[in-house]
Ligand binder design. Structure first.
Ligand SMILES: [Zn+2]
Length: 271
């Protein structure tokens, strides 16, 4: 009986809340923290603490994972589920942290049936039912006021993919909540995506270096034109970090993101 009780209740050890000083130091620079009320900050700190209790962050390539890195990743991941709850990130456990960009070897079969080995450096990737892999150099950029590009956030990006994957392969269509309309979602995102692809094509016609002035008017990372799944991940980054740009250019998509994440980052900035 005692053994049974221990098995049932023994694992429910309460998680250790992230220390206030560490939390403050880790999160102060983030754009998505702007306008959060004291109650929302506290809620985020507790969800992030629970996240670190439930997930493992493992260093790859001899990378030493510090407490600061753990808290930085937890805070950025958990802003997405602040109102959804951590269960949205259930079903997998590991975050693998490389010191810099990593080069996975992939075999790709072309139209002629020839298999090629592809090696492209990545800042992050999210596996269906598996881990999230991140480059710490890119993670750290979002908290570096001198180096960051506002609206770019690799952790938010990869965790948005994770939410998109809750109903299978990523396709830019995560499971919607009761009361949301799938047709409204699809229309809003399809219109925004097609418009955005056209704008990226126009910019590509003038330049191929994506840091150039030709891309300066785009509200989100041109990488979002890759496919609808990347569009959802990229627009999610901007939704939390530069919501004004998203709402101005794609108000219908902004509205759907607001309903999906149950947050209104632009209203926070105004408040
Ligand atoms: Zn992506």
């Amino acid at each position: 009986m005692l053994g049974w009780l221990k098995r049932v209740f023994g694992e429910k050890k309460p998680f250790q809340p992230i220390r206030e000083d560490l939390w403050g130091a880790a999160t102060a620079p983030y754009l998505f923290m702007r306008g959060l009320s004291p109650a929302e900050r506290e809620k985020l700190r507790l969800i992030a603490s629970d996240f670190l209790h439930r997930k493992r962050i493992v260093g790859a390539a001899d990378h030493e994972v510090t407490d600061l890195m753990r808290v930085q990743i937890a805070a950025q991941a958990c802003i997405l589920v602040l109102e959804l709850g951590l269960d949205y990130l259930d079903g997998w456990s590991d975050i693998i942290l490389y010191p810099g960009q990593f080069v996975p070897e992939r075999e790709v079969t072309d139209e002629a049936g020839v298999v090629h080995t592809v090696r492209d450096p990545l800042a992050g990737e999210a596996w269906l039912g598996g881990p999230v892999v991140l480059s710490y150099e890119d993670v750290a950029r979002s908290s570096n006021e001198d180096e960051r590009i506002e609206g770019f956030n690799v952790v938010i990006h990869e965790f948005a993919h994770k939410l998109d994957m809750l109903n299978g392969e990523p396709n830019g269509y995560p499971p919607l909540h009761k009361g949301m309309n799938s047709e409204t979602w699809k229309r809003a995102f399809m219109e925004a995506y097609l418009d955005f692809c056209k704008r990226v094509d126009d910019a590509d016609a003038h330049s191929h270096h994506r840091g150039d002035a030709a891309y300066a008017d785009l509200p989100i990372d041109p990488y979002g034109s890759e496919n609808p799944a990347e569009f959802f991940a990229v627009i999610s980054e901007a939704f939390f970090e530069t919501p004004d740009l998203v709402k101005e250019d794609y108000p219908a998509a902004y509205e759907q993101l607001k309903l999906f994440y149950k947050q209104d980052p632009l209203a926070r900035l105004a408040g």
